[in-house]
Design a binder for this molecule. Sequence first.
Ligand code: DQA
Length: 165
Amino acid sequence: MPATTAEAAPGPMTPRPEILVLNGPNLNLLGEREPEIYGRTTLADIEAMCADTAAEAGLDVRCIQSNHEGGLIDAVHAARRSTVGAIINAGAYTHTSLALHDALKSYDHPIIEVHLSNPHAREAVRHHSYLSPVAAAVIAGAGARGYVHAVEILIDHLTNAKARL
Ligand code: DQA
């Protein structure tokens, strides 16, 4: 029997699709760590900003921060079937982690890479990203606001996914 409109419409009991907001090493110290580079906004503030922006589009966020490479990889694996897209700031693992790159290749949803600073304007060691080849978009140098832009761009990718095929 076809679902009625009432059955199909999302209600308070229907879980909303989730996006993964994944932050890597040292980003738990946002607000305290090198504020001249990374700003004074805390990670809790950034996660709340992401949640507000996602909620406007009917999405929930799953926010995870890990200082460990394996913790980030486990979070990606766990999100493979239960989230619809991801925003990732892998911190310094951006520039070193082939393992995280491989994990993200197994994640079959849009990924937006975010950096508070612009790594390309910094030391040469920060110029290469293992994430960019698997990212639908990269936002760098926009500070905490970059995360909000990332959520908006992710929503755009999710909305237009069918049109792009
Ligand atoms: C960062 C840039 C990285 O090079 C650095 O290691 C970080 C933060 C950023 O958000 O600007 O930890 O990803």
